[in-house]
Each structure stands twice: as C-alpha cells, then as structure tokens.
Design a protein around this ligand. Sequence first.
Ligand code: IPE
Ligand code: IPE
Ligand code: MG
Length: 240
Amino acid sequence: MDMVIPQHVAIILDGNGRWAKSKGMPRNYGHAQGSKNVEKICEDAYRMGIKYLTVYAFSTENWNRPQDEVDALMKLLRNYMKTCLKTAAKNDMKIRVIGDVTRLDEDIRGRIAELEESTKNNGGLNFQIAINYGSRDEILRAVRRLARDCKEQKLKPDQIDERIFEGYLDTHDIPDPDLLIRTSGELRLSNYLLWQLAYTEFYFTDVHWPDFTKEELMKAIEQYNARDRRYGGVKEAEDV
Ligand code: IPE
Ligand code: IPE
Ligand code: MG
C-alpha cells in the first residue's frame, strides 16, 4: 500500500539543551545545532511531499529562561531570518510567523515582515514558524479582535462559528495539522496549537531535536500511516 504523506506536520522541537549537555557542551550550542536542523528538515519534508510545516521556535513561556539564553535564542532567530530569506527563495518556500511578534525587537520584526512579504507568492512548502507563540495567547488575541468587531457591528455574536473564529487565529487559511511530532521525550503540548490539534495524530520520540533526521521523520510518517484516523464516527461506515 502507498504511504499517505500528511499534508500538514507540526513539530515541537525539543531537547536542544539536553542534547548539548549529553555532549558536555553549553545549552546554546544545542540551540545553534537545532536551528541548523530546522533548515534541513524543511527541505526533507518538502521532498517527501509535506505541504505545510509548523515549528515551535519560541514560546510565550520561554521568556522565563535565563536572560543570556533568551538573548542567544533571539540572536539565532535574527540570523535564521537572514539565511531563511535566501533558502526560501531557493526552495520556493512561503513563510509565515505565528505568535505575538509585537514583543520582539524592532529589527527582528522588520526581518519577519520582509521574509513574509518576499515569500508570499512562493508555491513550495508553507513554512510556519511559531515565535513568542502560546496557544492561549493566540486565542485571547483572536477573542479580543472578535469582540471589537462585534462592538463595531461588523458581525453579530450569533454568527460566530468555527470557520469565522479560525479566521481570527494566527493560523487562518492553514489546514489543521494531521501529525504532531514532539522530540526529546516530553509528553505534553506546552501551549502549542490547542485549537488546531483537536483531531491531530500525536507522535512522540526520545530523539533530541538536533538528532532528528529525515529517517526519524519517515518513522513518524510510517506510524501515522498505521493509525486508524477517526473523527468521532466509525471507520468505513459503509462496511458496517
Ligand atoms: C527546544 O530545546 C528549543 C526551545 C525551547 C527554544 P530546549 O531548550 O527546550 O531543550 P531542553 O528541553 O532543555 O533539553
Ligand atoms: C516548548 O518547549 C517550546 C518550544 C519548543 C519552543 P519547552 O522546552 O519550552 O517546553 P516545556 O517547558 O518543557 O514544557
Ligand atoms: Mg525543552
């Protein structure tokens, strides 16, 4: 049987710190390697036929880390935006940053805007990067805008359905993930895509993010193929 390639894969890239520690290196070395791996996996994912890839790069809770680590992560994001501008053009990637970018430095915001603008007509991989992203924060920002629009009579409260609500999320117009991958052994969502993952299949692996290769991605897809996906109904109702 042919392998079904999930249309949208979401990844919680975790374990950079532990990976570095296991090599006797500082945590920030792990982040540098992890950032390089994101570029590799983007290419691999697209070659496999994945159309949407959404990665968790920095959460709303990650500000609680020591200042030097936050600074190092922001510096990596800055550099990443620059290389991404080149690789996106080469690979025809369309980039969207999800999360509340208003808390990021001016220059990073500028780079994000430039990256989104210059890739918006690309037809290859749709690549979403979650930066200062928290699902609860995303939902609250959506609710505030919705409430404002109701107050300004742009819509009535009774008109709000799933489709309208989704239009206010950072992920508007992007299909829900089919497969969620979390590396490095933790079995939690850490405030990632709570609305969007309602019917997503979950895959957890002990592999740390910098060691997550295309072979590991293939394993996740194989397991995804072995799943019996349901949406509350019965499988193949016509056979019952
Ligand atoms: C994931 O690796 C990257 C970010 C959260 C930015 P971690 O930094 O969480 O690594 P561990 O979980 O401490 O090993
Ligand atoms: C989740 O990983 C956030 C990102 C991958 C960016 P964390 O390592 O920050 O999550 P917790 O703290 O273990 O839940
Ligand atoms: Mg972690």
